[in-house]
Write a protein that binds this ligand. Structure first.
Ligand SMILES: *Cc1c(COP(=O)(O)O)cnc(C)c1O
Length: 351
């Protein structure tokens, strides 16, 4: 077929775009569809931003976000050289895939997981090897083991299941792999353990974090990668020169200065998570245990697309994935107790 855009690579023309969750502006929704934090960021972040606006926005930011990296190094117990800042962890994923994956290179990850991985690998012309999770979402370690891949990605806690793989299992996987093991810890502050310690033990482990979820800073786009200094140096060659903006850097530093605020926010969310899971089970949904700020609620064999639409009509947004393995599930972000009460009591959920 003749292309209408002969200057666009044929594989990009064929590429199915990554579809982010809706950010509607037509009306006010109870927004439980994109795993944002229902609570605001620390007031110290807002103060720091106000001061920064009066500072020199005319000037470029620090290309390596040195002050943020030094602060993160102190907070997380690593060296500055082991840390890279990104414009959200999506930016770090893009940098990582561009750095490691060329045409035909294999990237292995379990599925279903964060679907951006597939898109990024495809853009590079790489080969995604997707290993199915079993029904209980236990990590398929043998399937992820040595398959000649450059990169293995494990999202932990996993999205959209919310399930968590214990550190010992990740450690074992890192030992088995010769390539890079990326642990996407976007939701780890809502979980019991982190793989950060593995960065000291294995040269081939890269841990990704974001300020979006637990620190409630989705709108500012800041993430951090933790890994071996030579890996970080390679990633730094590929990133945009000024990939994190001045306000993002300032906000992330202030957020780390008020770590306790994040922990309080996480405690509120995890408390409400239990209420949400219990309520959903009473309504007849199957819910996996979640260590994230969302829950996957399933009605085996029932397509929940219609329920998603009914909830939207009632002003409640949740996420439905129209794929064979997720069609019978909704991913529901943990909101405030009030929001969760409205969801559990609404007509669509009781029908
Ligand atoms: C939200 C999310 C990200 C991206 O976070 P940003 O820092 O906002 O880009 C990365 N990975 C997973 C699994 C996520 O859910």
């Amino acid at each position: 077929m003749a292309s209408a855009l002969p200057f666009v690579r044929p594989d990009i023309q064929r590429l199915a775009a990554y579809v982010p969750g809706e950010q509607p502006h037509d009306r006010r929704y109870i927004k439980l569809n994109t795993n944002e934090n229902p609570y605001p960021p620390s007031p110290r972040v807002l103060d720091a931003l106000r001061s920064a606006i009066n500072a020199d926005l005319r000037l470029y930011p620090d290309p390596m976000a040195g002050a943020l990296r030094r602060k993160a190094a102190a907070v997380y117990g690593l060296a500055e050289e082991q840390i890279l800042a990104g414009n959200g962890s999506d930016d770090l994923l893009t940098i990582l895939v561009r750095t490691c994956v060329g045409p035909g290179d294999r990237v292995v990850y379990p599925r279903p997981t964060y679907s951006l991985y597939e898109t990024l690998v495809a853009i590079q012309g790489g080969t995604a090897v997707e290993v199915p999770f079993p029904n209980d979402f236990a990590l398929p370690v043998d399937g992820l083991g040595e398959r000649g891949q450059k990169v293995t990605i494990v999202c932990n806690p996993n999205a959209p299941s919310g399930t968590f793989t214990p550190l010992a299992v990740i450690d074992d996987l890192a030992r088995r792999l010769r390539g890079l093991l990326v642990v996407d810890e976007a939701y780890v502050d809502f979980a019991s353990e982190t793989a950060l310690a593995l960065v000291h033990r294995h040269r081939n482990v890269l841990v990704l974090r974001t300020f979006s979820k637990s620190f409630a800073l989705c709108g500012l786009r800041v993430g951090l990668a933790f890994g071996a200094p030579d890996v970080i140096a390679a990633l730094a060659k590929v990133k945009d020169s000024y990939n994190v903006n001045r306000l993002g850097i300032v906000a992330a530093e202030a957020a780390l200065d008020d770590y306790g605020w994040m922990q309080e926010s996480v405690a509120k969310v995890t408390g409400t998570r239990s209420v949400l899971i219990e309520g959903l089970r009473k309504l007849g949904f199957q819910c996996l245990p979640s260590q994230a700020n969302f829950v996957l609620a399933r009605q085996p064999g029932t397509d929940l697309k219609l329920l998603h639409a009914r909830l939207k009509d009632e002003g409640i947004l949740v996420r439905h994935f129209d794929t064979p393995e997720l069609r019978d599930a909704l991913r529901i972000t943990v909101g405030t107790p009030e929001e969760v009460a409205v969801l559990l009591g609404c007509n669509a959920m009781r029908a």
